[in-house]
Design a protein around this ligand. Structure first.
Ligand SMILES: [Fe+2]
Length: 289
């Protein structure tokens, strides 16, 4: 018996708008060493790990995140969408057959900042471990700028997520699986919305250090890190892609209980500066808005 509400299970996909798909795809494949799983039209798709989470690159004159997707269980998709509709969330596409690679069913919502949020039931075949080695195990989390943290928290709570940490810097972190956070919210005093960064799990502290050194050797400058965050305790390193989308390679994130019980919300006060290792220093301008 499980009376817990249906919820999203983790991130399935993020779409980056890029100025030049070929240039960006070459960057992610040759420099970052992500593994492409194919192309669809002028879209290039990279796949990660056993769950086949994805980074999709699509051409846009205005770079930035063009949407993202959560994975959901087939039996829970309808319930989540019904709950969202009852909460007044705009349902752009009601549950229907999936059209993207690896997607069996999907629905599309808009969050309060009008980010496109898909809910995707993966094909069974999409849950097969990849043979090809890949730097990243999965798309782990996305951090969104928002002028209204409480409104965005309420949206993700309707999807079954729970707030785990907040900070004096105006950040909020929400979980839905055993990762400390899957969504982060960053307060923007200038009204900015959209993605601050998307993060890919490379496993360990040593892996983050290794990839950071390797990328530096390839001429890819780390814009912040390696260091260690307070909330989530993960080792972080951040980079620009050729269109100035920010991506993070991280490791060693705190695990939280997978049951659906409540955990206390931890508050990080003014002692918190974003890096607890003392090695990375304060966040650069790209992390302030
Ligand atoms: Fe992050």
């Amino acid at each position: 018996m499980n009376a817990s509400p249906a919820r999203v299970l983790g991130l399935q996909r993020v779409n980056f708008g890029v100025l030049d798909v070929a240039e960006s795809a070459a960057f992610y494949e040759d420099k970052v060493r992500f593994v492409p799983r194919g192309a669809e039209g002028d879209r290039v798709i990279f796949g990660f790990g056993a769950g086949e989470s994805q980074l999709q690159l699509e051409r846009s004159p205005t770079p930035g995140m063009k949407g993202f997707a959560f994975s959901v269980a087939d039996a829970e998709l309808d319930a989540i969408v019904e709950r969202a509709a009852a909460a007044g969330i705009p349902i752009v596409v009601h549950p229907t057959a999936g059209v993207g690679p690896g997607e069996r069913r999907f629905a599309r919502l808009l969050d309060p900042d009008e980010n496109v949020v898909d809910l995707v039931v993966a094909h069974d075949g999409a849950n097969v471990p990849r043979a090809a080695p890949t730097v990243a195990r999965k798309l782990g989390h996305i951090v969104l700028w928002t002028p209204d943290i409480a409104r965005m928290e309420a949206f993700f709570e309707v999807l079954g997520m729970r707030v785990c940490d907040r900070t004096h810097l105006g950040m909020s972190f929400l979980r839905c699986n055993d990762d400390h956070h899957t969504i982060g919210l960053a307060l923007s005093s200038s009204g900015r919305t959209g993605m601050q960064h998307a993060a890919f799990d490379v496993g360990t502290e040593q892996a983050v250090d290794h990839e950071s050194a390797r990328l530096a050797g390839s001429g890819v400058r780390c814009i912040w890190g390696p260091g260690r965050h307070g909330p989530g305790n993960n080792i972080f390193s951040y980079y620009f892609d050729p269109s100035k989308n920010i991506f993070e390679l991280y490791g060693d994130m705190q695990r939280v209980p997978t049951d659906r019980s409540e955990i206390g919300v931890r508050y990080w006060g003014t002692e918190h500066r974003g890096d607890i290792s003392g090695k990375a220093g304060p966040p650069p301008a790209e992390f302030r808005s």
